[in-house]
Write a protein that binds this ligand. Structure first.
Ligand SMILES: NC(=O)C1=CN([C@@H]2O[C@H](COP(=O)(O)OP(=O)(O)OC[C@H]3O[C@@H](n4cnc5c(N)ncnc54)[C@H](O)[C@@H]3O)[C@@H](O)[C@H]2O)C=CC1
Ligand SMILES: [Mg+2]
Length: 341
């Protein structure tokens, strides 16, 4: 039966090849792998693997640069042999993408095996995700973030929340099913709005107590059930700084893996300059200020280390370029400078 499916799939994909762009073919291929367990199992034998250990990605350092190595199935088998483990381990991997040439990419967490043995065999180290995202090449960070989020979701969804029975995953790891209740669970993300509020000439940045010292960011908050993006922006701005948003517009979005799988939806918002007095919610924020263009441009140049002053206090600095908050701040600067020109 599987052979018939594969022949049909090959026939269909050769037709698709002639009709569609590389991108469309790639997305269609990934979609087939998610739906077809036997094809996905076969793909694992020719795929590449990103390794994790208790959700920390494996990195290699060459000179000053960090790389995220992709291992072949044969290399994974060699590691497993060292631990006298079988290649069944590979079935624990999750599908995270594929190359333009349809080489599938998987992520595999070897958390149950001794970390130092793998690290010395592969000459690299498992690195905390928060650090990894800021040292690897920009194109690798979204991949690491989504791979880790998917692995984390599987870790915490082993059981059905209705029956308490174990759930079974499909080969790609794109869903889990409870056979007792028939419920299918799909990986979850929480929508979060992040808003850079402006009064026309200044922008509002705030600090949560958990932020590193001196760091200010745009206002953020989880969307409530049933809320749309516009309502969430209005509510969060009102809740956190006591201001009423007049107008808002969407900028961009980003997947953010902290604390676990957020879809950050970034917007700009405008409040009236005559009604811009901040009334900060002390339960959520420790500081909130209006910043002028010059202060923002100075802050963008500062690094956490250069922000520290002799008396131990910190000058304001802003999230690094990997965070969407950074993009919002840069867009605001661009818009302000173009108004001045
Ligand atoms: N990538 C970026 O540029 C930035 C990302 N963020 C992320 O945005 C997220 C949310 O921002 P906050 O201002 O902390 O949100 P928030 O203002 O909604 O406050 C967090 C509180 O909301 C409650 N909450 C409601 N729904 C929740 C859910 N689904 N998961 C967890 N807590 C929930 C909890 O009580 C939590 O303590 C943070 O996890 C942070 O990592 C925040 C700023 C910048
Ligand atoms: Mg908040």
């Amino acid at each position: 039966m599987a052979a018939i499916y594969q022949a049909v799939y090959r026939r269909a994909s050769s037709l698709i090849c002639r009709l569609h762009s590389t991108y469309v073919r790639k997305m269609r291929y990934l979609n087939v792998l998610k739906e077809d367990d036997s094809l996905c199992r076969q793909a694992q034998t020719s795929g590449t693997f990103y390794l994790f250990h208790n959700l920390s990605p494996f990195l290699q350092k060459v000179g000053e640069k960090y790389f995220v190595p992709q291992l072949s199935a044969a290399e994974i088998k060699r590691i497993l042999e060292k631990f006298k483990e079988t290649e069944q381990w590979i079935e624990k991997s999750v599908l995270i993408g594929c190359s333009d040439e349809h080489i599938p990419h998987f992520a595999l967490d070897l958390g149950a095996l001794e970390k130092s043995v793998i690290e010395s065999q592969l000459k690299g180290s498992f690195t905390n995700l928060q650090k990894a995202l800021f040292v690897v090449d920009g194109k690798d960070s979204p991949l690491l973030a989504s791979a880790q989020s998917l692995l984390q979701w599987h870790n915490s969804h082993q059981y059905c929340s209705k029956t308490g029975q174990p759930t079974q995953r499909n080969t790609a790891g794109s869903k889990r099913v409870c056979h007792a209740s028939g419920i299918t669970y799909y990986p979850q993300m929480s929508p979060v709005i992040i808003t850079l509020v402006s009064d026309g000439s200044r922008c509002l940045l705030a600090r949560q107590p958990s932020f590193p010292q001196g760091m200010y960011s745009a206002l953020s908050g989880f969307c409530d059930m049933g809320e749309n993006v516009e309502e969430a922006v209005h509510r969060e701005v009102a809740e956190e700084v006591g201001l009423e948003v007049e107008s808002l517009w969407y900028s961009a979005s980003q997947h953010w893996p902290f604390p676990s799988s957020c879809l950050m939806i970034a917007c700009h918002a405008l409040v009236r300059a005559q009604q811009a007095e901040i009334s900060m919610n002390k339960l959520e924020l420790e500081e909130a200020h209006w910043f002028g263009l010059e202060e923002i441009m100075e802050g963008l140049k500062r690094q956490p280390r250069s922000a520290k002053q002799n008396d131990g206090s910190f000058l304001p600095w802003f999230p690094p370029k990997q965070a969407i908050a950074h993009q919002l701040i840069c867009e605001w600067v661009k818009q302000q400078t173009s108004q001045l020109a």
